[in-house]
Each structure stands twice: as structure tokens, then as C-alpha cells.
Design a protein around this ligand. Structure first.
Ligand code: HEC
Ligand code: HEC
Length: 236
């Protein structure tokens, strides 16, 4: 069919037509870079009021400044890299990380909206750390020891080796922990300790938490919440 249609077009015109078609295809396949780039302003709107009428935005739980609600275990999002936030939102949306709280919100987002909202939260400066219970100095001292030295005889490696010496995280590989909500951290550690898988990146943490005592998990969570922000958000 193509050949029959082609044969009635003069050779010169046919080439010009093919080139025009090729040009149009290339243009369609390469939308401008700006339209593709994550847009923190669009992400801010999602944080503020969500993507569907009648639903709340992320800030209803994580707040606009990304501080979360440490006391009730809602994690802070400021301080993470955009790559980690995108990765975890992808896990929630595809049920690779189970959470009755996060699944509906993550599923509402298109891949572009995930990039936008991740760019918004990753670009925020970190809020000051919340002082945990002032009576907990001894607990935090033990937490510091666990963080820096692990418990090698039990096979618990130093946390700082993967999460960075100041708990600042290492890109998508190991998340930012400094200043994070202690109840949130403790819950994650206890789940891994009990042998529950969190998501495809969590195998190392399952091994790590398996040998930890509950008091060491409490200690390290309390220490991490008290750690100051290692730097402005996103720049890791
Ligand atoms: C109804 C409250 C609520 C809303 C709204 C909400 N979240 Fe969450 N979010 C949570 C809770 C609770 C967790 C902890 C889940 C867990 O225990 O695994 C969480 C976890 C997360 C995590 C994982 C953090 C980590 O340290 O691994 C990310 C990323 C996240 N939320 C982003 C968002 C974004 C972006 C939105 C808006 C599109 C949003 N959340 C809306 C409650 C909420
Ligand atoms: C061998 C590397 C490695 C070591 C050592 C390690 N971690 Fe992790 N940690 C990871 C990785 C990878 C993840 C991401 C897991 C995921 O996405 O499921 C993680 C995630 C976590 C999280 C979840 C954070 C969040 O925002 O949801 C906590 C809490 C945590 N680690 C605490 C610790 C503590 C405490 C120690 C030391 C006792 C430690 N880790 C040692 C690699 C490590």
C-alpha cells in the first residue's frame, strides 16, 4: 500500500515530505527540557492542597515545612534527597512498601507529580531538631555509641557507615536520619527486627535490626532525633 501511494508522488517531493515527517516526529519525541524538569512550585501546590478536590495535601500530615509530626511518628521530609523521596513514593504507589496512610496519597500522583512534590520537599531547609526527653541523656549517649560503633560482636554494623557520619544519608542508598522523629525511627527498626520486609531496599536493615535489643533501638532512635540538621535540604 505504501509503495503504491508513494509511486504517485514525485521523488523530490517524497524526500521533502519524509524529512518534514521526520522533523515532526523528532520534535514530538523531544518536548522542551523545561517542561520535563521537576517543578518545585507545582510540588508546593500538591503539598498544600493535594491533587484531587476534597482530599488534603501532604502538609496535612507532613506540614508545609516538611518537619512532620515527630511525637506521633509522622516522618519529616525536609532533608531527604529528591531521589529517595521519589523512590519511596514509588514503593508506596505500587504496594512495595505497605502503609495504610501513604498508599492512597502516593497512588493519586502521576510520575511527574511525584517528581514535583519530591523536588519541593527536598529543596526545603531542615527545621531545627526537636529535643527529645531531657531526662534521656544516658539513653542518647548509648544511642551515639550504637550509631558510631554498632555492636560488632552481635553483627550490628555502625549505622554511620551507611547513613553518613552525621546521619546525613547517602543519596538513594541510605536515607537521611538526623533529626527524624524518634517514634517513626523506632517503629521502622522494630518492624525490621520482627522480620517484616519493608520494601526492596530494606534487606540490609532487616539484617541490621535483627540482632539489636529493644533498648538499643530506643537509644539510637532518641539519639538520631536529637541530632542537628547536617546541612540545608537536598544537598547531599
Ligand atoms: C494522612 C497523613 C499523611 C498524608 C496526607 C501524607 N502522608 Fe506521607 N507519611 C505518613 C505516614 C504515617 C508515614 C509513615 C509510613 C510508615 O510508617 O511506613 C508517611 C511516610 C512518607 C514518606 C516516607 C518517608 C521515609 O522516611 O521513608 C514519604 C516520602 C511521604 N510520606 C511523602 C508524602 C507525600 C509527598 C504526601 C502528599 C502527596 C504525603 N506523604 C501525604 C502520613 C501521611
Ligand atoms: C549496610 C548499610 C546500612 C547500615 C550499616 C545501616 N543501615 Fe539503616 N538503612 C540502610 C538502607 C539501604 C536503608 C533504606 C531501606 C529501605 O528503603 O527500605 C536504611 C533505612 C533505615 C531507616 C529507615 C529510615 C526512613 O526514613 O524510613 C532507619 C530508621 C535506619 N536505616 C536506621 C539504621 C540504624 C539505627 C542503623 C545502625 C544500628 C543502621 N540503619 C545501619 C542501610 C544501612
Amino acid at each position: 500500500m505504501h509503495q503504491a501511494a508513494g509511486s504517485i508522488i514525485r521523488p523530490g517531493w517524497r524526500r521533502a515530505g519524509a524529512l518534514a515527517l521526520l522533523g515532526a516526529t523528532l520534535l514530538a519525541a523531544r518536548p522542551s527540557r523545561a517542561a520535563d524538569a521537576p517543578d518545585p512550585a507545582a510540588g508546593r501546590a500538591i503539598a498544600e492542597s493535594g491533587v484531587l478536590t476534597g482530599h488534603v495535601g501532604c502538609s496535612a500530615c507532613h506540614l508545609m515545612n516538611g518537619a512532620g509530626q515527630p511525637d506521633v511518628g509522622i516522618p519529616r521530609l525536609a532533608g531527604f534527597t529528591a531521589a529517595y523521596l521519589e523512590q519511596q513514593l514509588g514503593f508506596f504507589a505500587t504496594d512495595k512498601r505497605a502503609s495504610i496512610w501513604m498508599a492512597p496519597y502516593a497512588r493519586m500522583l502521576t510520575p511527574k507529580q511525584i517528581q514535583d512534590v519530591a523536588a519541593y520537599y527536598a529543596g526545603l531547609p531542615e527545621p531545627p531538631s526537636v529535643e527529645s526527653d531531657p531526662a534521656g541523656d544516658a539513653l542518647r549517649a548509648r544511642g551515639k555509641e550504637v550509631f558510631q560503633k554498632g555492636n560488632m560482636s552481635k553483627g550490628v554494623m555502625p549505622c554511620g557507615g551507611c547513613h553518613g557520619p552525621a546521619g546525613q544519608g547517602m543519596g538513594t542508598f541510605a536515607p537521611h536520619l538526623a533529626g527524624q522523629s524518634a517514634p517513626y525511627l523506632l517503629e521502622q527498626l522494630r518492624h525490621w527486627h520482627q522480620g517484616r520486609q519493608r520494601d526492596p531496599m530494606g534487606k540490609m536493615m532487616a539484617t541490621e535490626a535483627h540482632a539489636m535489643t529493644d533498648s538499643d533501638m530506643q537509644a539510637v532512635a532518641s539519639y538520631l532525633q536529637s541530632l542537628p540538621a547536617p546541612g540545608a535540604g537536598g544537598a547531599k
